[in-house]
Design a protein around this ligand. Structure first.
Ligand code: C2E
Ligand code: MG
Ligand code: MG
Length: 405
């Protein structure tokens, strides 16, 4: 820490911080994370605390922003990683089950050319398996240097560490950065959760975030969970991991070690209704449908549009997965036996289907011969089920297609 001697302009507060690190007054507290369905311990987040000699504890909100104004935050984060490695090594050497620990890294590390090498050097120095360290990068980092971060994240993951985006939804970043980067974990910011999640708009926003994160196969962590109501709602969103005062507050290393010894899970009376949450039920239903039908298409006849829901499992023939319904029918017909094309096209015109619906028909079925990738025609049953959209006055169609031969 002799950087201070060469920097006369360094503030007294920073000097105090550096001294605190030297005196090992900076401690790591661990906040456990739990599986949202089983309540089992899955990991922890390392959170810095300044424990003064008189026993008083200073929270990171009072010193991290100050350190973040300079590169001293980098030294600080490496110090914390070192402490975490000491802790994990201690667990492993006692034969205890170590869970992954998330370490916060400031956005300033993007500028460190040897960041990944150093990450490996520190953890390898303690013999810690890389999978036990999760690198947390705050969402706001993507606002400044979005160009440099994706490749750094790839390098971190290639080295075997997990990467989490912290405070998702708190800041100014656009959603598009999530599609441009490869991450393991999305931590949903606590500011998105009100006390009881009772506001309709808030629930829609949360449901949408969890829906896209689950579809991108990201592990979702909800931070700042304090009430049973929040927990119940997060379960309905299929949130995977819970971190919050409801289950456990950040605690000193010795307490967390006790937690790990018990292989801990928090106890709570299980209620089957909580687990059978609406969105997981919908997911199960969809999976059941996909098991039975290789191709499912949701179309809006009133708007001449479609969305193919199981395209990836169905065929290697090129067809856009969403677009204009009329064009979908024309494309579908072109892959069929020439004698069947007219029947298919004339049955599935939009006016014909709307008329069938008006007559009270619930569905229409057509059997055609479809050319497979192996050059053989096989009979395919296409059944269109009519559904009225309850919120907008549109006629929707769910097409379920499967092979008969
Ligand atoms: P963070 O990384 O988002 O950490 C989560 C914060 O939420 C922690 O605050 C935690 O105590 C708090 N929290 C967790 N559950 C609940 C809850 O149920 N209710 C409420 N009200 N709060 C909850 P903490 O420990 O004060 O840390 C604040 C921030 O300081 C952290 O936010 C992180 O951005 C930063 N920080 C902490 N340690 C480090 C570090 O070692 N390096 C860096 N760069 N930043 C750190
Ligand atoms: Mg964090
Ligand atoms: Mg956070």
């Amino acid at each position: 820490m002799d950087k201070t001697q060469n920097s006369p302009q360094i503030s007294q507060e920073i000097k105090n911080m550096l001294k605190a690190m030297e005196n090992r007054e900076i401690k790591v507290y661990y906040q456990p994370q739990f599986d949202a369905l089983t309540n089992k311990l899955t990991g922890a987040e390392a959170l810095a605390r300044w424990v003064r000699p008189d026993g008083s504890v200073i929270m990171p909100g009072s010193f991290i922003p100050l350190l973040e104004e300079s590169d001293y935050i980098n030294d600080f984060d490496w110090y914390i990683l070192n402490e975490v490695c000491v802790f994990i090594k201690g667990l492993l050497s006692k034969g205890l089950n170590a869970v992954p620990v998330a370490v916060n890294f400031s956005r300033r590390h993007v500028h460190e050319a040897d960041y990944v090498e150093r990450l490996c050097r520190v953890t390898d120095g303690f013999g810690i398996p890389h999978r036990l360290i999760e690198v947390e990068i705050t969402e706001s980092a993507f606002v400044d240097r979005s160009d440099a971060i994706p490749s750094q994240i790839n390098a971190i993951r290639e080295a075997g560490f997990r990467v989490a985006i912290d405070d998702f939804g708190s800041g100014l970043s656009s959603l598009s950065f999530v599609k441009d980067i490869n991450i393991d974990v999305l931590k949903i910011d606590k500011s998105l959760l009100s006390r009881n999640c009772e506001d309709e708009k808030e629930r829609i926003v949360l449901e949408s975030i969890f829906n896209f994160a689950n579809r991108l196969k990201l592990t979702t962590v909800a931070e700042g969970v304090e009430t049973k109501e929040q927990l119940g709602f997060l379960r309905t969103c299929s949130c995977k991991i819970i971190q919050g005062f409801l289950f456990a507050k950040p605690m000193p290393a010795s307490d967390f070690e006790e937690f790990c010894k018990q292989g801990s899970s928090v106890t709570e009376i299980e209620d089957i209704l909580k687990i059978q949450a609406p969105s997981s039920a919908t997911q199960l239903l969809l999976e059941a449908v996909f098991m039975r039908y290789p191709l499912v298409i949701l179309s809006n006849l009133s708007r001449n549009s479609f969305y193919m829901m199981a395209y990836e499992n169905f065929t290697s023939q090129s067809c856009p997965s969403t677009g204009v319904y009329d064009e979908l029918i024309a494309h579908g017909a072109s892959t069929m036996h020439p004698d069947d094309q007219e029947l298919f096209k004339s049955t599935f015109t939009i006016p014909n289907q709307m008329a069938a619906y008006e007559r009270g028909e619930k569905s229409i079925t057509v059997i055609t011969r479809q050319l497979g990738d192996d050059g053989i025609y096989r009979r395919v049953d296409t059944t269109n089920y009519f559904v009225k959209n309850p919120s907008v006055d549109d006629l929707l169609v769910i097409s379920l297609c499967h092979n008969l031969d």
